[in-house]
Design a protein around this ligand. Structure first.
Ligand SMILES: *Cc1c(COP(=O)(O)O)cnc(C)c1O
Length: 377
């Protein structure tokens, strides 16, 4: 439903985030993976959607393990929960000197190299505690985590292994969004072999795309992030997830250009006939990537309209010639992301992933959280 302009008198654009749809997506994945635990990845402020609101809603929906990227995100997320049982794991590992911060905020470090393993072990011994950690094995991403040979090195030194307070091992898929890519099976098999060395330890491999690769990829815990927002289901033809966000921006001015006139910076677009153009209030500072210049679309009352000229910091220009002039006016809202043109559609046009679009939306859109009843207080 189009918002009424009255409710949003002061904003150029607004972002609607439907909490019920996030919960729906979480529950759908949770049901799909059966007895496997379903965690949630809330790094980068829950992909820019607001970690506090979303964490509380997921907590109410039964989620009890959350992943963030940085220690600061972990500290912030800890303050969102009234109960301390919720687990918060920090993917980037930890730097020397941050042990107390991890422990005091009840954050679980993901141990990415041998030094981190030793330091966490030493800290546990000194404090006479057994605080949990997750051991990250890199099975092909070549980004973070112990290499497979480092892992087997550790295994060969049983004293180190015995001391490890590792409750979990994890790895991360490089090509989960390509179901037929041979990398997926290879990574799974390397990881399962590693897991055999740790019979009592639980294992996690799948991100959102991994969830949709099938049961053998689920193991003990899945870690969806983008799927909570309705994307990242790989190339499954019919997406079972619900769309979560809608983005509307306001028409600030309308003008008619005569044949041959140019639009915007660099005069990169010239109209070949008389053209009605609307200037709309969002730009690359609002996450509408500059690379979308002259190649994207928006919708108005179900009609697809081309974005013309360069995207500037605060504005885009749209060819509205197709809409009768009495049907469109300054102040009306244009659909940027919504039912007609989803986050995935825009990501495809922008030649990027939905993750990047979401995390770049920024803070200038007026935000409306719908259906927040499920958010625990
Ligand atoms: C970001 C991330 C995820 C979640 O990925 P999605 O594609 O958003 O589901 C899971 N695991 C790790 C290690 C990550 O970095």
């Amino acid at each position: 439903m189009m918002p009424s302009a009255d409710n949003h008198k002061i904003s150029n654009s607004f972002l609607e985030i439907n909490i019920d749809s996030i919960i729906h997506n979480y529950q759908l994945i949770n049901n799909k993976v059966g007895n496997t635990e379903c965690a949630a990845v809330l790094k980068a402020d829950a992909y820019g959607m607001g970690a506090s609101v979303i964490a509380k809603a997921l907590d109410r929906a039964g989620c009890s393990t959350f992943f963030v990227a940085t220690i600061d995100e972990g500290i912030e997320l800890r303050t969102c929960f009234s109960k301390t049982e919720n687990k918060i794991a920090v993917l980037s590992g930890f730097l020397e000197g941050s042990e107390d911060i991890f422990y005091n905020n009840k954050l679980t470090p993901v141990l990415n190299d041998i030094e981190q393993i030793k330091k966490w072990d030493l800290y546990n011994k000194q404090k006479k505690i057994s605080a949990p950690s997750i051991l990250h094995i890199d099975t092909g991403m070549n980004r973070l985590g112990l290499t497979v040979s480092e892992f087997y090195d550790i295994i060969r030194r049983p004293t180190v292994l015995k001391e490890l307070h590792v409750g979990w091992i994890m790895t991360h898929l490089a090509c989960g969004d390509q179901p037929h890519n041979i990398m997926n099976k290879k990574q799974l098999s390397v990881f399962l072999n590693a897991k055999k060395k740790f019979p009592n330890v639980k294992a996690s491999l799948a991100n959102s795309a991994g969830v949709f690769l099938g049961k053998s990829y689920h193991l003990d815990m899945v870690r969806p992030g983008i799927a909570l927002y309705g994307s990242g289901f790989g190339s499954i033809p019919s997406n079972p997830l619900k769309q979560v966000i809608k983005l509307y921006s306001r028409i600030l001015q309308i003008r008619t250009l005569s044949r041959g006139a140019s639009v915007g910076y660099g005069a990169s677009y010239r109209v070949s006939e008389a053209t009605r153009v609307a200037t709309v209030g969002l730009g690359y500072a609002d996450g509408y990537l500059r690379s979308l210049s002259n190649c994207s679309w928006v919708f108005f009352n179900g009609v697809k309209l081309p974005v013309i000229g360069r995207i500037s910091m605060d504005y885009i220009t749209v060819d509205i010639t197709k809409i009768a002039s009495e049907k469109i006016k300054t102040g009306d809202f244009i659909e940027i992301i919504g039912d007609k043109f989803t986050l995935d559609d825009l990501a495809t046009v922008a030649n990027t992933v939905p993750h990047e679009l979401l995390t770049r939306l920024g803070t200038r859109h007026h935000r409306i959280y719908r259906n927040t009843d499920n958010v625990s207080k």
